[in-house]
Write a protein of this length. Structure first.
Length: 77
């Protein structure tokens, strides 16, 4: 059985370094941008994230791409 995956939607999540709390635990603040073109390359998404990072108060902790994928069974014979 072969399975085919199709990207249905993509999102960009920028995680920001909010410092540490009173207990010394890392504070991560997130900004998520939806409706990213599924055909966008990782380089394109990263470049957009670095440009958006310049508008943020906190420094960037991580850049993530979130893809929602539909899996279907291929009916190849």
């Amino acid at each position: 059985m072969a399975v085919t995956s199709t990207v249905q939607s993509s999102k960009l999540r920028i995680q920001l370094d909010g410092g540490v709390d009173g207990d010394g635990k890392q504070i991560i603040k997130s900004k998520t941008y939806s409706k990213v073109k599924t055909t966008a390359t990782n380089d394109d998404i990263y470049n957009v994230a670095t440009n958006l990072a310049g508008l943020q108060t906190y420094p960037v902790y991580a850049v993530k791409r979130i893809d929602e994928v539909e899996l279907t069974e291929s009916t190849q014979v």
